[in-house]
Design a protein around this ligand. Structure first.
Ligand code: GLU
Length: 475
């Protein structure tokens, strides 16, 4: 196990250009687990320099979902748009130190060279035309700022997930730090921010691996130590292509709406890439205790919605009834389901949850099943009230009601035993009685075991519900 390292500082750096998706949530989680495991700091930074695509709504959405998952920034959130002056200052320093230079090549000229290279089947790399200029060429227009990449150097990345990756500096061109209209590029802002925030480990998606050599060269140009890097694999859909909307739900909000519990989503996301032996179900505390970057698999992970439902079912089952009830209420409010208003009798609701939780995979399924216990009056599925209030059925239910009225013990197991004996004495088959009883009590053909239903409803409500059916029969 890695030694505790309270100096660890990691960041989750989303661009607020849409919803928070599974990939982003997993990146956040790995950073969070790593920080907590080491007693370090987890910091959120908003990368909003792409003003055309960044929105306040997306930023709020990311924070709302992070809050729901229980991952909060340990330090005030930084926004790149609030740090423009700082990027300008670093750009000037790099220029003054000769580590960066102004490039006056027009976008059209570069496009022409790129097209020519591509026509010859070659990749384009900026040839360093302006690298040695000592003054602007005659008639020079706007310029970009480029990094003067040193030649013939091996850039080594000791990736904590992927092992050693070596890239030659010849493969990296003199990339742009600041665009002609003055905006800093992603690779530039990230390095300035990670330096200023004293980030020790950059844990992010594999799609950023190609940026890392460029960023390492910039750390060197700035004379700053680079953080350690860990690039985690992509999440794929079942067809092995990168997970996207085509594969169905992919945003954290959609899973919350489906009735997935936050700890279950975190558990499932962690297992998409990380493992600890063959354990599948983890609490957050366990994951914090056990998480090691070295145990993150560099191979791509395939998202399996069925497995997520299974993990969720395990977490539902493990919750204490009262906690589950609180979660269900929170969920009903979040999705504006009518059950939210029906859960005033918290005691009954939580007893109902307790007997149902082994039968549901999501909070949505749980609320569907628990609804009959919550409504004041039974809501009958179509045709069932008529069926059950037929004279011989209601006569039978009346007898059951009399038998129940004479009892005080409503514990399900004993109730079942005694009820079976009573049926035997009367030469009745249990099924003949149980089914009309189920319909009278729940309005449905399928429900949890009938004696559990009665125990949860309790004596008064059981008898009232039967009476309502018998009343309907006599009208
Ligand atoms: N803002 C980048 C993204 O959302 C992350 C950058 C990074 O982690 O270095 O993909």
């Amino acid at each position: 196990m890695a030694s505790l390292n309270p100096g660890v500082r990691v960041r989750f750096a989303p661009s607020p250009t849409g919803a928070l998706h599974l990939g982003g949530a997993r990146t956040a989680l790995f950073n969070y687990l790593f920080a907590r495991h080491n007693n370090g700091r987890f910091i959120v930074r908003i990368e909003d320099t792409d003003r055309a695509r960044s929105t306040k709504e997306s930023e709020l959405e990311i924070f709302e979902m992070m809050e729901w998952m229980g991952m909060r920034s340990d330090e005030p959130v930084e926004r790149q748009t609030e740090r423009m002056g700082r990027y300008e200052a670093v750009a000037s320093q790099l220029l003054a130190a000769g580590a960066a230079y102004r490039c006056y090549c027009t976008a059209e000229a570069i496009e022409r060279d790129r097209a020519a290279a591509e026509a010859e089947g070659k990749g384009y790399r900026y040839p360093g035309t302006c690298r040695e200029l000592s003054s602007p060429p005659p008639g020079a227009g706007p310029f970009v700022l480029r990094l003067k990449v040193p030649q013939a150097r091996a850039i080594e990345i000791d990736d904590l997930v992927r092992g050693k990756v070596v890239v030659r500096s010849e493969e990296v061109d003199d990339w742009i730090l600041v665009r002609s209209e003055g905006t800093p590029t992603y690779n530039f802002t990230v390095v300035v921010d990670d330096t200023d925030m004293r980030i020790t480990h950059v844990i992010r998606g594999e799609d950023h691996l190609a940026n890392t050599p460029k960023q390492i060269l910039l750390y060197q140009a700035m004379g700053k130590p680079a953080p350690a890097f860990a690039h985690v694999s992509m999440i794929l859909g079942s067809d092995k292509t990168k997970l996207s909307k085509r594969h169905g739900a992919t945003s954290v909000r959609q899973f919350r709406e489906q009735g997935i519990l936050a700890p279950a989503l975190l558990n499932y996301l962690a297992r998409l890439g990380w493992s600890h032996g063959d354990q599948e179900v983890f609490t957050l505390d366990e994951m914090i205790r056990l998480f090691e970057l070295e145990e993150v698999n560099p191979a791509a992970a395939v998202f399996n919605p069925e497995k997520l439902l299974w993990v969720n079912a395990q977490h539902l089952k493990a919750l204490a009834d009262g906690d589950l009830c609180a979660q269900a209420l929170d969920y009903a409010r979040f999705t504006k389901r009518p059950e939210a208003g029906l859960m005033a009798d918290a005691d009954c609701a939580s007893r109902a949850m307790g007997s149902l939780k082994t039968r549901a995979r999501t909070l949505a399924e749980l609320l569907d099943q628990v609804r009959p216990f919550l409504t004041e009056r039974v809501e009958f599925e179509s045709g069932l009230l008529e069926a059950v209030s037929a004279p011989e059925k209601s006569a039978l239910l009346g007898e059951v009601s009399n038998w129940l009225a004479a009892r005080t013990d409503f514990e399900a197991t004993r109730l079942e035993q005694d009820f079976r004996s009573w049926c035997e004495q009367k030469s009745l088959k249990l099924g003949e009685v149980a089914q009309p009883l189920r319909i009278a009590l729940t309005g449905r053909k399928a429900s949890p075991p009938i004696f559990q239903v009665i125990e949860v409803l309790g004596k008064r409500r059981t008898i009232d519900r039967i009476a309502a059916v018998c009343g309907a029969a006599s009208r």
